[in-house]
Ligand binder design. Structure first.
Ligand code: MSP
Length: 469
């Protein structure tokens, strides 16, 4: 089967923080998991580079937006190495091939009479790149970014979004586009009940953007441009087979754009729709969303430098359910690293391989038993169902169980007593279990899985996670 899966494309107003790494890590786990099942995967990520927000920070830095964009976008694309992400492509909205597709798409909506001009006054949150209603603001400030919304009054081009309200509503209700978790689906449906207004899709005051094809005094609204990355990428990278998207992974602050505006744009153009949108929660630090604007960010590069990519991947998916908010912390990461990874998984691999090496049993065979396969299947179902935390809990139960069994079985006594056949059967089982655990952790901890394979092949056991103080 083909699977086209995406992360949001990240704003390049500042270097990446751990919150950005979250969707990328989760999407990577799924990409690796699907590939292992034999699916043909197109895993896309990238950067969202136009708009007022970027223009403002570039100006502050005294740089041309294009220079600024190149610099920060590289930090995001480098995250693939830092976090071992297996994305197939990395799209930038400043890619001229993308820009052309966006213009053609908008021109088509214009030709179909779905775009009109109107004088508009509203309150704009630059950090969200979104108009807000008075009701959505607290003392005139955006509740997410805590920054003041600014009054805008200009002539813009509008997309007749309201025309698609009923269609979008029934598409979501019927799960033609599945929105998960279910609470998020209900939230969208509740909001849709209140109405769906036409939206401004161009800006007169923002120069840093793609020009409206029939009106060069205006640039295309950054969200209209950004959402179309999912559409332009298969064309740009000759992956047409992948269209339409099977899964968009997005944070809850941007689900509205993905669940309403995006499907309406595609309906307007006469395109197939994405199949599923999974909405995840926020990393919080002391209860606040981790964000550059708030100033409480954790740097993924620093963390991986100290603990390695796999430990960071493990911590963010293990500590709270994907889909809910949860606190991340250095102390918790260290604890997980030393206990779950070092004393749990690392210790098991080293113990088993050391015994196999030491006793050198001729004719020993390594394979997973049928019972183990069932367990494997159950854990695979959890991964496929976005229950990453639960899947990891189950894998670590298995690790603890095998470690416990070894302590109880005392195989070294079998060796001492000369019970070679019993020892062989037992070590075959343990080795099989290590290989099974390696396969189970592979989508989550790809580097560790590779190390286990290399050590198992060469029988050169070495600590995988050295203790960190
Ligand atoms: N550029 C838009 C997305 C366009 S997609 C067509 C954008 N960029 S962003 O850089 O601000 O955010 C990208 C993603 O990171 C969003 O899904 C957002 O929810 C997520 N996160 C940003 N901070 C986060 C946390 N503190 N925790 C978890 N995810 C967070 O929005």
């Amino acid at each position: 089967m083909k699977k086209y899966i995406t992360t949001p494309i990240y704003y390049i107003n500042a270097k990446p923080h751990l919150g950005h790494a979250y969707a990328s890590i989760a999407t990577d786990v799924l990409a690796r998991f699907y590939r292992a099942q034999g699916d043909e995967v197109f895993f896309l990520t990238g950067t969202d580079e136009h708009g007022a927000k970027i223009a403002q920070v570039a100006e502050k830095a005294g740089e041309m937006p294009v220079v600024f964009a190149d610099k920060i976008s590289t930090l995001f694309s480098n995250l693939s190495q830092v976090l071992h992400l297996s994305n197939d492509e990395f799209i930038r909205t400043t890619d001229p091939r993308h820009e052309k597709i966006v213009q053609e798409f908008l021109q088509d909506l214009y030709d179909k009479g779905l775009v009109y001009e109107k004088q508009y006054e509203g309150l704009y949150c630059v950090a969200c790149e979104e108009f807000k209603t008075e009701k959505e603001l607290t003392d005139g400030c955006c509740p997410v970014h805590k920054t003041k919304a600014v009054k805008q009054n200009e002539k813009n081009w509008f997309f007749k979004l309201s025309q698609f309200k009923d269609q979008v509503k029934s598409i979501i209700e019927s799960d033609e586009i599945r929105i998960c978790p279910i609470e998020r689906k209900n939230e969208i449906l509740g909001k849709l009940k209140q109405g769906l207004d036409d939206i401004s899709i161009s800006r007169a005051s923002v120069e840093w953007g793609i020009k409206v094809p029939w009106d060069d005094t205006q640039t295309i609204y950054v969200w209209f441009d950004a959402l179309l990355n999912y559409f332009s990428a298969p064309k740009i990278y000759s992956r047409e087979f992948a269209w339409p998207p099977d899964l968009h992974i997005v944070g809850r602050d941007i689900m509205w754009f993905h669940a309403t505006i995006w499907p309406a744009m595609l309906l307007a153009h006469g395109e197939k729709l994405p199949k599923e949108i999974f909405v995840h929660g926020y990393f919080t630090v002391d209860g606040e969303k981790m964000s550059k604007t708030i100033g409480n960010v954790i740097d993924p590069v620093e963390l991986t430098g100290k603990f390695g990519a796999d430990a960071v991947r493990y911590h963010v998916l293990r500590d709270f359910p994907f889909g809910e908010d949860g606190d991340v912390s250095l102390d918790r990461l260290k604890e997980r690293y030393n206990n779950d990874l070092g004393a749990g998984l690392g210790n098991l691999v080293q113990r088993v391989l050391s015994m196999v090496k030491r006793y050198q049993l001729p004719g020993i065979q390594y394979k997973a038993s049928d019972g183990d396969k069932k367990q494997h299947q159950r854990i695979d179902e959890l991964t496929a169902g976005f229950q990453f935390q639960q899947a990891l809990i189950e894998i670590w139960k298995l690790i603890a169980q095998v470690n416990r069994e070894i302590a109880e079985m005392t195989p070294w006594k079998l060796a001492k007593e000369g019970k070679t056949e019993d020892l062989k059967i037992y070590l075959e089982k343990c080795f099989g279990q290590v290989l099974q655990i390696r396969d189970l952790v592979a989508p989550y901890l790809p580097e560790t899985a590779e190390k286990i394979t290399a050590q198992a092949e060469t029988l050169q056991p070495e600590p995988i996670f050295r203790k960190v103080d």
